[in-house]
Design a protein around this ligand. Structure first.
Ligand code: TZP
Ligand code: MG
Length: 213
C-alpha cells in the first residue's frame, strides 16, 4: 500500500471561492471524490493559515481525506496535517522529514526528470509534476511539460506522480494513461459553480483509467 496515492488532489485557492465558504466548497469537493486536500494560500499570514488549516483538519478527518500543507512545516505540525508539500526552493525533504512525526507525508513539486529522480532518492512520498498545461492560477510557472512529459518521468521513477497545472476534466484520461497516479487541480474544482459535480466527473475518469491500466 502506497503511503500517498491520491486520485483527485484538490489544492485550495481563495480567489476561486466567489463568496462561498471554504468549508462548503471543500466538503463538496470531498463528497465528489477528492481524497486529498492541500492548503495552499501564498498570501495568507501565519494566523490565517492556522485558522484555515484547523478548519480543513476537522473536515478532512471527519470525511476521511488526507490533508497536506503547502510550504509551511510549522503550520502542518500545528494543525496535525498528514504532511507537507514542498517546492524546489523550500527546505530539503530530509530536513522536513526530521521536523515531522514519523509517518507524515512529504511531497515535492518537480518539473523535469532530474528533479523527479532527485526527489525519489531523497525519500519523497510522492511528486507533483507539471505544469501539464498553461495555467493562470500560478504566475511563476516552469515551462509546460505536457501529458507527454509524464511518460518520460514515469519511466524514471516509481513513486506516485500527481500531475498538476491547467488540468481540466477533458485532459484527465490522457494524463492517467501517460503514467500519473492522480491529478491535482485548483480551478477545475474550486472554481466550478458545481464543485461536487466537477470533482465527481474528474474522479470518475481517474478511476476508469486506473482500472484500465
Ligand atoms: N503548481 C503548478 S501549476 C499550479 C500549481 C499550484 C496551479 C494549478 O492550478 P490550476 O487552476 O489547476 O491550473
Ligand atoms: Mg513552496
Amino acid at each position: 500500500m502506497l503511503a500517498m496515492d491520491s486520485r483527485l488532489y484538490v489544492v485550495t485557492g481563495h480567489q476561486f471561492l466567489k463568496g462561498r465558504s471554504l468549508e462548503s466548497v471543500i466538503r463538496a469537493a470531498i463528497h465528489g471524490g477528492a481524497d486529498c486536500i492541500q492548503l495552499r494560500e501564498k498570501e495568507y499570514t501565519g494566523r490565517q493559515l492556522l485558522e484555515a488549516g484547523l478548519l480543513l483538519r476537522r473536515i478532512t478527518k471527519e470525511m476521511g481525506a488526507t490533508l497536506i500543507v503547502n510550504d509551511r512545516i510549522d503550520v502542518a505540525r500545528a494543525v496535525d496535517a498528514d504532511g507537507v508539500h514542498l517546492g524546489q526552493s523550500d527546505l530539503p525533504i530530509q530536513v522536513a522529514r526530521e521536523m515531522l512525526a514519523v509517518g507524515k507525508i512529504v511531497g515535492i513539486s518537480t518539473h523535469n526528470v532530474a528533479e523527479a529522480v532527485a526527489a525519489e532518492r531523497s525519500g519523497a512520498d510522492y511528486i507533483g509534476f507539471g505544469p501539464i498545461k498553461q495555467t493562470a492560477t500560478k504566475q511563476d510557472t516552469e515551462p509546460v511539460v505536457g501529458a507527454a512529459g509524464l511518460q518520460e518521468v514515469r519511466r524514471h521513477v516509481s513513486l506516485p506522480i500527481v500531475a498538476i497545472g491547467g488540468i481540466k476534466a477533458e485532459d484527465v484520461a490522457e494524463i492517467i494513461r501517460n503514467g500519473a497516479n492522480g491529478v491535482a487541480v485548483v480551478s477545475a474544482v474550486i472554481g466550478s459553480d458545481d464543485v461536487q459535480a466537477a470533482a465527481q466527473n474528474i474522479r470518475q475518469i481517474v478511476d476508469l483509467e486506473r482500472g484500465a491500466r
